[in-house]
Design a protein around this ligand. Structure first.
Ligand SMILES: COc1ccc(-c2cccc3nc(Nc4ccc(N5CCN(C)CC5)cc4)nn23)cc1
Length: 278
């Protein structure tokens, strides 16, 4: 049998990757803004470089898996993979991706507070399309959250990336993830959107208010599971159209089989957009 075709490994030479700034850190490693400038005249393109932490538990295998997965995705709503960079000295590997200048949805909503319902719904609809695409590839995201959603450009085309208060009940205590648990997380992202990612109303804070701030970490998930089982849900955001809150509640059906799929959510969002127009 022939060996599986290697994704086109576009090699970025480390010596031409000029560090500009740090874009963010996570348990995966760090992401830096760099200019790939082989001509050395600052005309090179800006790229987002995700450095793999070799010491972290994520291994070379994880890296190769991520490269293979990302390089297959062909979707307007998933960040574009450009290639890899193997640094000779430090034996580290980096993932090179397109750079999205507007940063995360959280940062965007904090600075552009005038974002109206229509634009929010546009974001929601685009996130839905991206999630539908992942589902066709049978890829479960597991970390859909506003912090992992990147805004691609002024037109508000939401891009998102892959990656506890976002989790569906079955994920919290059975670690079961599915497209339907991603739908639950999508409901939480909708909530963040319509709260403008306001830290006073972020999911963690609202859940902890209900559970009790005194509760310490290991038992938080048990308390979370209890309030969800007792049908408590995140409250409707200020000025949130009732139909949008109704969508969130559908995503938060305790029984994952009762949750809508992304294509149904997309259609319902389109309907609300039409009604908002009239
Ligand atoms: C968890 O941290 C990150 C950071 C960056 C990325 C990432 C991956 C793949 C492509 C990509 N494009 C951008 N753009 C971007 C632009 C601005 C900012 N911020 C500017 C303002 N600063 C205060 C915060 C960062 C962050 C990311 N970030 N980014 C993913 C996760």
């Amino acid at each position: 049998t022939s060996t599986p075709a290697q994704p086109e490994q576009i090699l970025f030479e480390e010596r031409h990757l000029r560090f500009i700034s740090s874009l963010g850190k996570g348990n995966f490693g760090s992401v830096e803004l760099c200019r790939y400038d082989p001509l050395g005249d600052n005309t090179g393109e800006l790229v987002a470089v995700k450095k793999l932490q070799p010491n972290k538990k994520s291994t070379l295998e994880d890296f190769k898996k991520e490269v293979n997965i990302l390089s297959i995705f062909e979707c307007d709503y998933i960040v574009k993979y450009k290639g890899v960079c193997y640094s000779t000295g430090r034996l580290s590997m980096s993932l090179v991706m397109e750079y999205l200048p507007y940063g995360s949805l959280i940062g965007y909503l904090e600075s552009y507070r005038h974002v109206n319902t229509r634009r929010m719904l546009l974001f929601a609809s685009q996130i839905c399309t991206g999630m539908e695409y992942l589902q066709t590839l049978r890829y479960v995201h597991r970390d859909l959250a506003a912090r992992n959603i990147l805004v691609a450009n002024e037109s508000g085309k939401a891009d998102f990336l892959h990656l506890i208060f976002k989790y569906a009940p079955e994920s919290i205590n059975e670690s079961r993830f599915s497209h339907k648990s991603d739908v639950w997380s999508f409901g939480v992202v909708l909530h963040e959107l319509f709260c403008y990612c306001d830290t006073n109303y972020n999911p963690k804070r609202l859940y902890m208010q209900e559970i009790g701030h005194y509760v310490q970490s290991p038992s938080i998930s048990m308390h979370l599971e209890n309030i969800l089982k007792n049908n408590w849900r995140l409250p409707a955001p200020l000025n949130c159209p009732p139909k949008v809150y109704c969508l969130m509640k559908q995503c938060w059906a305790y029984d994952f089989e009762e949750r809508p799929c992304f294509s149904s959510l997309g259609k319902q969002i389109e309907t609300i957009v039409q009604e908002e127009r009239e």
